[in-house]
Structures are given as structure tokens and as C-alpha cells.
Design a protein. Structure first.
Length: 128
């Protein structure tokens, strides 16, 4: 093939506005709330496992929380250890979660005492 020749390849799939999103994808108007963090506990130790399990048990039961996940961070470009991710139907549901007594108690009595550092990120679908 000559240098500089443009080759069309129909075998490469292109993104299409008509493709169906995965069932757990964020829909317009929804919010995905994520926090990545490090614990004061060593990874894999009982205290770390308990914190992650308690987080799942407590936070996932708050009304309005959907698709709650506990995540292990694996990127070499990021040195945080864990993540929590969840979806909300919109700003009102997210605000209600933030003010919920179970969330407030978890933050006060567990998060502030056991999380060494964190980064919180909230996303909405980009309007194109």
C-alpha cells in the first residue's frame, strides 16, 4: 500500500446515535455520583472489608439510590484504592440522599474516621 493512501474500512464499527445504551447506563437528567478513596485500613484486611460492606449495606438502601457499586480502582494513572458509584434520577433525588440521616451518620461516624483521602465526582449525560 502506498504511503498517504486513505483506506476505507467498513469493518470498523462507528458510534451511532441509534445504538441502544446498556441497561445500566446514565440517562438524560440522571446523576452518577462517584467517590474514589483510600482507607486508613490496609487493603484486604477485615476492617477495610467491613467498611466497604457496611457502605454498600447502608448507602444502597437509601431511597433514590440505584446501581450502587463498590469498586476496586485498577488504573495505573490513578493511585486511589476504592470507589463507590451510584445513580440518581435527578438533582432532587441526589439532594435527598445527601441529606438522608443514614448518609449523614455514615459520613460522620465512619467516613470521617476511616477515609484517608477522597475525590468526589458527579456526572450528567452531556447534551450534544
Amino acid at each position: 500500500m502506498a504511503t498517504g493512501t486513505l483506506v476505507a474500512c467498513s469493518a470498523i464499527p462507528l458510534l451511532s446515535a441509534k445504538s441502544d445504551p446498556p441497561t445500566n447506563s446514565l440517562k438524560k437528567g440522571e446523576i452518577q455520583h462517584m467517590v474514589i478513596f483510600d482507607l486508613i485500613h490496609e487493603k484486604g484486611k477485615d476492617a477495610a472489608v467491613k467498611f466497604l460492606n457496611d457502605g454498600r449495606q447502608i448507602l444502597s438502601k437509601i431511597p433514590g439510590v440505584r446501581n450502587f457499586e463498590v469498586l476496586d480502582q485498577v488504573s495505573l494513572k490513578n493511585d486511589y484504592t476504592y470507589g463507590f458509584s451510584m445513580f440518581f434520577s435527578g438533582q432532587m433525588a441526589y439532594d435527598s440522599y445527601s441529606k438522608h440521616p443514614a448518609h449523614q451518620a455514615f459520613v460522620e461516624y465512619r467516613w470521617k474516621k476511616e477515609v484517608k483521602r477522597f475525590l468526589e465526582i458527579d456526572f450528567r449525560v452531556h447534551d450534544v
